[in-house]
Design a protein around this ligand. Structure first.
Ligand code: FMN
Ligand SMILES: CCCCCCC(=O)C(=O)O
Length: 277
């Protein structure tokens, strides 16, 4: 170590600090923030701090293989890149660069429905395995079209996010009057750029577009338009995990959406304990 190495970030917290320095406040706050009092945002970290490791000794660790598979697709570790919106707000190459990182690490990447690079650009950028995250718009035709595009571009699964009938109340975005750019995937279909002087334009866009009537019956509709396996993302209770199995989806993702949706829900790792019990 020496010279510039000392300034290289070595953990997520240090990357976060660099991002804070590099990004416009509006974008940093969008990426880093949670909803309302951000109680669950803090809990997401603190709950992990309550869990400690129980290391066993004198085990040969000269060769370590953490690889496993998700829906039959190999991954070098039980880690998947979660769908996160609008990477170009943080880097000009956006999701294409994230995809290349996924390929380099041999992990699966889930592309957000609200990506800034198109479904096609990401698919053709490298040979990573991609899943596609879906929001259901009031205009079902748009959501159905995105599913078709994902399917014909080789995405391997649909992650249906179910915790966003309404966007979480993100107070930083309200204060910053957070603006969504026009997203290329939706060009000619819907304007994602809302010009509203009041509060978060993301929230305004979401309440105009996302379908708050989404319910269990819509899983049958989704199944009717795709042959891809479906994972339900945003489950926090054992009851809903059982229901998801009953409606016949291929998997669930236990998640509180990074504490960006409902505040005062359990930390994701605690919900996982309940669901797994
Ligand atoms: C900046 C940001 C944008 C996000 N955008 C989306 C999104 O477009 N779709 C989605 O389903 N989840 C989105 N999420 C939630 C993540 O997929 C994920 O649920 C969250 O980071 C917490 O990880 P966990 O679910 O593994 O606990 C976003 C999270 C962040 C931090
Ligand atoms: C542009 C509309 C809102 C995008 C929401 C993306 C998301 O899920 C998030 O957590 O942010």
């Amino acid at each position: 170590m020496g010279g510039d190495d000392e300034h290289e970030p070595v953990n997520v917290k240090e990357y976060e600090e660099l991002a804070k320095q590099a990004l416009p406040k509006m974008y940093f706050d969008y990426f880093a923030g949670g909803s309302e009092d951000q109680h669950t945002l803090r809990q997401n970290v603190e709950a992990f701090q309550r869990i400690t490791l129980r290391p066993r000794i004198l085990v040969d660790v000269s060769k370590i293989d953490m690889s496993t598979s998700i829906l039959g697709y190999k991954t070098s570790a039980p880690i998947m890149i979660a769908p996160t919106a609008m990477h170009k707000l943080a880097h000009p190459q956006g999701e294409v660069l994230t995809a290349k990182a996924a390929a380099a690490c041999n992990v699966i990447m889930a592309l957000s429905f609200m990506s800034t690079c198109t479904i096609e650009e990401v698919a053709s950028s490298c040979n990573a395995v991609f899943f596609f995250q879906l929001y259901i718009y009031k205009r079902r035709d748009i959501s159905a079209l995105m599913v078709k595009r994902a399917e014909s571009n080789g995405y391997k699964a649909i992650l249906l996010t179910v915790d966003t009938p309404k966007l979480g109340r993100r107070e930083a975005d309200i204060k910053n009057k957070m603006i969504a750019p026009q997203l290329k995937n939706f060009e000619g279909l819907v304007s994602t750029k809302v010009d509203d002087d009041e509060g978060s334009n993301l929230e305004a866009f979401a309440s105009r577009s996302f379908d708050p009537s989404l319910s269990w019956k819509d899983i049958a509709w989704l199944k009717s338009i795709t042959k891809l396996p479906i994972l339900i993302k945003g489950i926090l209770t054992r009851e809903d995990a059982i229901k998801a199995v009953e409606v016949g989806v291929e998997g669930i993702i236990v998640s509180n959406h990074g504490a960006r949706q409902l505040d005062y829900v359990p930390a994701t790792i605690e919900a996982l304990e309940e669901v797994h019990a």
